[in-house]
Design a protein around this ligand. Structure first.
Ligand code: CTP
Ligand code: MG
Length: 229
């Protein structure tokens, strides 16, 4: 396939505080990884998918892939994660076939991001030949404070956006950006921009929030309950 997708699922989930790694925690009966993978596999375009899992959970990730991706046209691999998100992404990208023209990188922890956002990001990558991030407007007023807790100003929130995943890139340019990265970045667009790549934003979705704390997991459960037909 000419589309490559990396799902990063190798974090431990310290802030969620469950014994198992976060991507393997159940949300209304299905793990975060299972939900993210099912969304990816529902894309109209066939994809080469790489799941980046903790070394301890490689077999479990393969079982999930087999269960929900068994008979499909997509090609699914599982590779071991690294110490940081960026290292995990790099391992996932390295496992993609070289014929991919576009790559999407997605946090397993954004388990409710709708497939429409994946489609929007991918379409824009191919149209613009740039990096693409899905974003949400910032709703809160944002204050700048100093080390002593004094508020030293407000930030104009109309200039700001909260960044989600999947983030999409032209494959060759993104590989080159990862190889030349010298610093740790909190997201993929950060890596791409540091190498001089152009990034454009498209609309994200409220369901694309990252499940980070127990409160986020509860919110996701309640959303699923309230939206069940
Ligand atoms: N991730 C990864 N490899 C790492 C760290 C994070 O693949 N070394 C993945 C996580 O599995 C998650 C995504 O990157 O899907 C976003 O990271 P985050 O929400 O911070 O997850 P964790 O690092 O697992 O959580 P915490 O920071 O609370 O430990
Ligand atoms: Mg983390």
């Amino acid at each position: 396939p000419s589309l490559g997708i990396v799902i990063v699922a190798a974090g431990s989930g310290t802030r969620l505080g469950h014994p198992e790694p976060k991507a393997f925690v159940a949300l209304a009966g299905r793990s975060l990884l299972e939900r993210s993978l099912a969304t990816v596999l529902s894309l109209a375009e066939p994809a080469s998918v790489v799941i980046v899992a903790p070394t301890s959970h490689g077999q479990q990730a393969r079982d999930i892939a087999q269960r929900i991706g068994g008979a499909v046209r997509d090609h699914i691999q599982v590779v071991d994660g690294g110490a940081t998100r960026q290292a995990s992404v790099a391992r996932g990208i390295a496992a993609l076939p070289t014929e991919c023209d576009a790559v999407l990188v997605h946090d397993a922890a954004r388990a409710l991001q709708p497939v429409a956002v994946f489609e929007r990001v991918l379409a824009r990558v191919r149209e613009a030949g740039a990096g693409v991030i899905p974003v949400m407007p910032v709703i809160d007023t944002i204050a700048r404070r100093d080390a002593e807790g004094r508020v030293v100003g407000q930030v104009d929130r109309s200039e700001l956006a909260a960044v989600q995943t999947p983030q999409g890139f032209p494959a060759a340019a993104y590989r080159a950006a990862l190889e030349s990265a010298t610093a740790e970045h909190t997201d993929d667009a950060g890596v791409f921009a540091a190498a001089g790549g152009e990034i454009v934003a498209v609309d994200g979705d409220a369901h694309g929030f990252k499940i980070t704390t127990p409160w986020d997991l509860r919110r996701a459960e309640l959303l699923l309950e309230s939206e069940r037909p």
